[in-house]
Design a protein around this ligand. Structure first.
Ligand code: DQA
Length: 156
């Protein structure tokens, strides 16, 4: 069936920015005690139930994230990104997302708008489909659902 082929053909790239490799240890009062490996496992499982492929990547380096976004062209149809601190500083990541024009959803474990003022500005949000912030590890699951729904609505 053409429709079910379309459903299984989406591949989603999940990107985690700096310090997110420390999840589980890092400021658990803010970020919770779930590890990055466990978040990735849950996303892969959720991907199977949504019938999409999920590929994950974490880096502490801005250029590495830019390279992976460029390499997503023609391979992945959507990007789910927690840019970590680069949210608030990176014109390069914003330009990479705008450059490849792959629909992107921005997620944050913490509610960045309840935190320090420097976290209230996102360079990524203006080039994203939308942003989910404040639901802990569940922000990723909600973001994946929102992204897949967006892609399905866009695809004839
Ligand atoms: C974060 C929020 C950022 O401000 C912070 O620098 C992070 C994590 C979050 O998921 O809540 O590293 O993106």
């Amino acid at each position: 069936m053409a429709e079910s082929n379309a459903l299984t053909s989406f591949s989603i790239l999940v990107l985690h920015g700096p310090n997110l490799n420390l999840l589980g240890l890092r400021e658990p009062g803010i970020y919770g005690d779930v590890t990055l490996a466990s978040i990735n496992d849950r996303l892969e499982q959720e991907g199977r139930s949504l019938q999409v492929k999920v590929a994950t990547f974490q880096s502490n380096h801005e250029g590495a994230l830019v390279d992976v976004i460029h390499a997503a062209l023609g391979v992945h149809q959507g990007i789910l990104i927690n840019p970590g601190a680069y949210t608030h500083t990176s014109v390069a990541i914003r330009d990479a997302i705008a450059g490849v024009a792959i629909p992107t959803v921005e997620v944050h474990l913490s509610n960045v708008y309840r935190r320090e003022p420097f976290r209230h500005h996102s360079y990524i949000a203006p080039v994203a489909v939308g942003q989910i912030s404040g639901f802990g590890a569940d922000s990723y699951r909600l973001g994946l659902h929102a992204l897949v729904q967006h892609l399905r609505q866009q695809t004839p």
